[in-house]
Design a protein around this ligand. Structure first.
Ligand code: HDE
Length: 663
């Protein structure tokens, strides 16, 4: 062990003092060195997206698309590009819980051979506001209220709903935020979106509009709101733990990178503006074309050095990619450098390993705090007339980045384009594209959040806006709030309610539900039937699912001839932590568990959260005690070693939505 300057230490336990009980000496440079550094350990957390978790991986190009973009990474199928991804919530502070109802950040840094390309997106394809000018207001409104310091990581409070109810352009995003998209099962089971319209530019300088999509190969999955609340208590790190475990166990999460490519003339025929970030392009109108696959294969070595210090910037693009005039994107391109300087403290933050490009870097930028590069040669300017190493680099007008040529004209004005005026048609499209179950969740979420608002005028104003989305939605929320439903507010542009439904907007209408990568929680005890347990474990393994054993205590359980260690004690492992459950305790323990609150809650919650439940005959009393009659529906299944495989097949549906649960 040494000091920070490398002097070897003889004692790291005791400071230098006069006598055994005397004062500490100013001379103790060892103490000063250690405490000085500690006192400066924290850097400012991100003003938004403070709570996040990152991982390393790579993007593999599946299809060469030189006709669309000259970006080096898309010139040849099979090209691998190193990647770093950071997922996050938006509103909460660094130490907030993972399961907040919130938008999730989905930020990807691609270390391409022609520079770093950051796609700094979210898990929702639209945004709350149309103009960057309103971003500080939005964030102030959603974060804890300044005069009281709460709520933490929650939009369910007056200032948020006050602001968004006064900003009808937020309504489409609110529909997503009140949907199950905002309470994902984990980062692995959510989509990502670049949100803004970008451009792809090919070698001939021709440009197309492009939207970026990340499609999880694990499928999409969310949790119930009641479950989210309980997971936050039981395991506030549920999402980061899930990602870490999946990668560490070799179950590598993957997303397909898809693009919606549109030419300008086609976009001009639509009745929404492709530059408006509160609008999406329905996949049924422009299909998503998969061009690459992202794999996360390595957890970080050090959360601070990597996840905390990674600096994403929307303006980090590479030749072949370009911006559009989306006013939110334009504002973001200006913003991110400031935030990185503020947080990381030096313009040289690009030297940090997680931020450093993997390709050669050459310029005449010099000096600054924490300069780590030895920039050699004589000239640090150009033009210059030196030669060799003294000369330094030059720009190349042919191979270098060239902004797409476009004609711009108009008067300088502070205006919102007329073409941005339709605030409700796509909100209605989103609503109608959901299943009944998803619509129920949306209505309940609005009622919960507005129910937390103390000012009735805010609720009324929001209900009036929802009336423009869908009359039944507004009425349902009003009924849940016990309020009269006001008439719809005046809309800047009359909403359309006849846009063709888009099944891709619904989680439950998107195929791909599977038990792979999910966890079955199995309640065991002394006397659990080992044949049944083994049959369950082998069926789960074939389905790609993990089994975690939960015992009455954290100690091992005795099976017929063997002992098995358990992963959890029941008191520390509520069923909200699992995707499906199996109740397989031995007869004596089953009788005892029927009297235990933690066991009854385990079962009642699994049932209430519409999970598949397998059980042996011994637990009928426990089921009854939890208010679940055995065979209540075909998601509560009595199993033996021969039939447990069928249960695992069934549980691939993940939730038994037909089970009616009244909150
Ligand atoms: Fe961000 N945003 N943002 N944002 N954003 C930040 O940059 C900002 C917006 C997004 O994991 C900050 O490094 C402005 C939309 C993600 O490190 C900051 C505007 C979308 C992350 C910032 C927006 C995002 C950020 C805070 C409106 C989805 C986390 C810390 C013009 C497409 C990245 C930081 C990570 C982070 C500014 C709007 C996504 C302050 C001014 C729209 C995923 O620079």
């Amino acid at each position: 062990m040494t000091t920070s300057t490398g002097a070897p230490l003889s004692d790291d336990q005791n400071s230098l003092r006069v006598g055994d009980r005397g004062p500490t000496l100013l001379e103790d440079f060892v103490l000063r060195d250690k405490i000085f550094h500690f006192d400066h350990e924290r850097i400012p957390e991100r003003v938004v997206h403070a709570r996040g978790y990152g991982a390393h991986g790579y993007l593999e190009t599946l299809e060469a698309i030189p006709e669309l973009t000259r970006a080096a990474l898309f010139q040849k199928a099979g090209t691998r590009t190193e990647a770093f991804v950071r997922f996050s919530t938006v509103a909460g502070n660094l130490g907030s819980a993972d399961l907040a109802r919130d938008v999730r950040g989905f930020a990807v840094k691609l270390y391409t051979s022609e520079g770093n390309w950051d796609i700094v997106g979210n898990n929702i394809p639209v945004f709350f506001i149309q103009d960057a000018m309103k971003f500080p207001d939005l964030v102030h409104a959603v974060k804890e209220e300044q005069d009281r310091g709460w709520p933490q990581a929650a939009s369910a409070h007056d200032t948020f709903w006050d602001f968004v109810s006064l900003m009808p352009e937020s309504t489409h995003m609110l529909m997503w935020q009140m949907s199950d998209r905002a309470i994902p099962r984990s980062f692995r089971f959510m989509e990502g979106f670049g949100v803004h319209t970008f451009r792809f530019v090919n070698a001939a300088g021709e440009s197309h509009f492009v939207k970026f999509h990340w499609k999880p190969r694990q499928g999409m999955q969310s949790v119930a709101w009641d479950e989210a609340v309980k997971i936050n208590g039981a395991d506030p790190d549920f999402h980061r733990r899930d990602l870490w475990h999946a990668i560490q166990s070799g179950d590598l999460p993957q997303w397909d990178l898809g693009v919606q490519v549109v030419d300008e003339e086609f976009a001009d025929t639509w009745d929404f503006d492709i530059l408006d970030p509160t609008k999406l392009i329905p996949e049924e109108l422009v299909p998503v074309r998969v061009i690459a696959r992202l794999t996360l294969d390595r957890v970080v070595d050090n959360v601070f050095a990597e996840t905390e210090q990674v600096a994403f910037c929307t303006q980090n693009i590479v030749p072949g990619v370009d911006f559009t005039n989306d006013p939110l994107l334009q504002g973001r391109n200006f913003s991110y450098l400031d935030t990185q300087l503020k947080r990381l403290g030096s313009t040289n933050f690009t030297h940090l390993p997680v931020n450093a490009p993997r390709c050669p870097v050459a310029h005449f930028q010099r000096d600054g705090h924490m300069q780590t590069q030895l920039q050699r040669g004589r000239a640090n300017y150009e033009p210059n007339s030196f030669t060799g190493e003294d000369r330094g680099p030059r720009a190349d007008r042919h191979s270098g980045f060239r902004t797409v040529e476009r004609a711009e004209s108009g008067d300088t004005r502070r205006v919102r384009a007329e073409s941005f005026a339709d605030h409700y048609s796509q909100a209605n499209l989103f609503w109608r594209s959901q299943t009944d179950v998803e619509q129920d969740h949306i209505a309940s979420a609005f009622a919960f959040e507005l129910g937390k608002c103390e000012m009735p005028t805010i609720r009324t104003r929001m209900l009036a806006n929802l009336g423009n989305v869908d009359a039944t939605l507004a009425e349902r929320v009003a009924a849940k709030l016990g309020m009269p439903c006001p008439s719809p507010s005046a809309a800047a542009q009359p909403p359309r309610h006849d846009l063709p439904e888009s099944p891709a907007l619904s989680i439950l209408r998107t195929p791909g539900a599977s038990l792979a990568g999910r966890t079955i929680g199995v309640l065991v005890s002394d006397g659990t039937d080992p044949a049944l347990l083994e049959a369950l474990e082998s069926a789960a393994a074939s389905a790609g699912a993990r089994v975690e054993l939960i015992g009455p205590t954290a100690g091992p359980v005795k099976l017929k001839r063997s002992k098995r260690a358990v992963h959890h004690a029941l008191a520390a492992a509520p069923s909200v932590l699992f995707d499906a459950v199996a109740l397989l305790p031995g007869p004596t323990a089953a009788a005892e568990l029927a009297e235990r609150k933690s066991a009854k809650d385990f079962v009642a919650d699994a049932f209430g959260h519409q999970k598949f439940i397998a059980h042996n005959e011994a637990v009928e009393a426990l089921l009854e005690a939890a208010g679940v009659s055995p065979g209540a529906d075909d998601g509560v299944v009595s199993v033996d070693a021969d039939t447990v495989g069928d249960f695992v097949d069934r549980a691939a549906e993940l939730r038994h939505w037909a089970r009616v649960v009244r909150p």
